[in-house]
Write a protein that binds this ligand. Structure first.
Ligand code: NAD
Length: 264
């Protein structure tokens, strides 16, 4: 299927690895010019080189990178100094750490809100009016299945991401909907990325079990009996960015191998 987005420009945040890189790969394969962002220049440049070597092929896409912390005003200014107008924006940053809410002081909450709620809102604010003026725009926020099925130790994530979800539910149904701009959230369940491995390592150390046993037990809780891949996640993202998905807005799209057991 031709996704109809060849030649568009995408900003993909948190894209040196994991789900963000999966989204960048899928977009580049469709001929979308991507500007990828992550904090570490070395890993980011390696990701850009990988995209150019493996994914650009004859798609006509180009790959650009800005090493910046997207959760800071300076980081976002560096990105928009490199390019102002984007047709597609994939918002993404690291998730907050797990823990007990009794130990989280105001600073921990502000950090989580900055990263997982206010940064996506700032990126939306900076880009949607330009998209509307050009008659096409796609915002995809990478959130979490924890928005639908909260996990107790991920209280910082549950709180911050649910705040973003409420904001998106409103803004996606504003005048922007009639101007060709869609805003959707993509909710990962368990995907095979460094973040998942770090979380599993923590669980293994806490329980004293071998890492592979903990990972296996986790896989068995998922109806698909496996973790998702960044490529699968990227393909869903690219479809939501496509011209075919123009009638989908304000949605929370779950990709979790069937782990969430509700009817809706
Ligand atoms: P990851 O750790 O594999 O990759 C995160 C990427 O974001 C890296 O490129 C990192 O450099 C970049 N990044 C982190 N903080 C940044 C910042 N402040 N500015 C710019 N770049 C930054 O993580 P992932 O598994 O791809 O997860 C992506 C998001 O999805 C996270 O918010 C995570 O909490 C969420 N999530 C992941 C899973 C999963 O199973 N992998 C499940 C639910 C939610």
């Amino acid at each position: 299927m031709d996704l109809g987005i060849k030649g568009k420009w995408a900003l993909v945040c948190g894209a040196s690895k994991g789900l963000g890189l999966g989204c960048a790969q899928a977009l580049v394969r469709e001929g979308v010019h991507v500007l990828i962002v992550a904090r570490g220049a070395q890993a980011l440049e390696a990701a850009a080189a990988q995209l150019i070597a493996e994914d650009v092929r004859d798609s006509g896409a180009s790959v650009h990178c800005v090493a910046a912390d997207i959760t800071t005003a300076e980081g976002r200014a560096a990105v928009f100094a490199a390019r102002k107008d984007f047709d597609i924006v994939v918002t993404n940053a690291g998730g907050p750490p797990p823990g007990d809410f009794r130990s989280w002081e105001r600073d921990a909450w502000i950090k989580a809100l900055d990263a997982n709620m206010l940064t996506p809102i700032e990126l939306i604010k900076a880009t949607v009016d330009g998209m509307a003026a050009r008659g096409f725009g796609r915002i995809i926020n990478i959130t979490s299945s924890a928005v639908k099925a909260p996990i107790d130790v991920l209280g910082l994530s549950n709180g911050a991401r649910t705040g973003l979800t409420g904001f998106v539910a409103g803004v996606s149904r504003s005048k922007l909907a009639a101007q060709g701009v869609t805003i959707n959230n993509l909710l990962p369940g368990a995907f095979d990325t460094d973040r998942l491995k770090t979380n599993m390592k923590g669980a293994a150390e806490k329980s004293g079990q071998p890492l592979e046993a903990v990972m296996d037990a986790r896989r068995k809780t998922i109806p698909a009996q496996r973790f998702g891949t960044p490529a699968e996640f990227g393909a869903i993202c690219a479809f939501l960015c496509s011209t075919h998905a123009g009638y989908m807005t304000g949605q929370n799209v779950l990709a979790d191998g069937g782990a969430y057991s509700g009817t809706f």
